[in-house]
Design a protein around this ligand. Structure first.
Ligand code: ADP
Ligand code: MG
Length: 263
């Protein structure tokens, strides 16, 4: 086997999420068509963190909903592990901007919710406390969602999703409502969770610094209909240094790409 064909085999084996030429349009109330995504393509290998950045309304959340299986494209191919995505699955977890907490459940029961729903709680009960401890939520097990801070609510939502060990985790601006200090701490917690569970993470963020801090690749999108204009590898070692020249340089590059698309 020559080297070329070997690398193709290797690539096919490792490629876990594949979106090719995805189009998703909506019909407005007046009957006009709104094309959210057009010919959007993206390939994500096992265990990568991908950040999607682009102007508001360019189809980022739409793409996450498609990957979650909550919506279907009108055209294009969307495969996970070589299979078409046909609906929601616990193997593809979603953390929304508005945290996903059930207000009628305690912190511990929110974290345990997915395990219980899947009949795994009995055998994996110990993991709930481990996750609570890992996320610094110890002592708040019996608290209700309305009693905890925004940062803690984000931690509970992340715990609730990561504990189920999904192959793909979709994060739709999960930290955008938090202050910068709390956000920075939770970004490190996301890296720690990712290193432990090794899912593919697709992160949508308005915050270019957050994207560069977390992602292996930052995909920059055009205004609606959203397409890729750049796919930048962030080859900086973790933990990353926000003030390092390489960090600042790539952040500036992304901001310039976004600015050039505004015109
Ligand atoms: N269910 C829907 N019906 C009609 N229009 C929608 C629907 N979902 C999204 N859109 C529109 O599609 C575009 C892309 O939305 P979205 O994916 O939420 O953008 P963003 O990149 O800001 O996350 C927006 O113009 C939005 O108004
Ligand atoms: Mg959105």
């Amino acid at each position: 086997m020559d080297e070329g064909s070997h690398s193709v085999v290797e690539e096919t084996r490792q490629r876990q999420l594949l979106a090719r030429d995805i189009t998703r349009a909506f019909i407005n109330e007046d009957g006009s068509e709104l094309v959210a995504l057009k010919d959007f393509s993206l390939e994500i290998n096992k265990g990568q963190i991908i950040a999607l950045v682009g102007p508001s309304g360019c189809g980022k959340s739409t793409f996450l909903r498609l990957v979650a299986g909550l919506d279907e494209p009108q055209a294009g191919t969307l495969l996970y592990n070589g299979q078409p995505i046909a609906g929601p699955s616990p193997d593809r977890g979603f953390v929304f901007q508005q945290t996903n907490l059930y207000p009628w459940l305690t912190v511990a029961n929110n974290v345990a919710f997915g395990l219980k729903a899947r009949g795994l709680y009995h055998e994996q009960k110990h993991r709930v406390q481990e996750m609570i401890d890992l996320m610094g939520l110890s002592g708040f097990e019996k608290a209700w969602p309305h009693q905890i801070s925004g940062g803690m609510a984000s931690r509970v939502a992340l715990a609730q999703t990561f504990i189920q060990d999904p192959g793909v985790i979709l994060l739709d601006e999960p930290l955008s409502a938090l202050d910068a200090f709390t956000r920075a701490i939770i970004q490190d917690e996301i890296v720690a969770l990712w290193q432990q569970f090794e899912p593919i993470i697709i992160l949508v963020s308005h915050d270019v610094e957050e994207a560069v801090y977390l992602a292996d690749r930052v995909v920059v999108m055009t205004p609606r209909p959203g397409r890729q204009i750049a796919d930048l590898a962030i080859d900086l070692p973790r933990p990353r240094e926000r003030t390092a020249p390489d960090f600042i340089q790539i952040r500036r590059e992304i901001l310039q790409l976004l600015k050039s698309e505004e015109r």
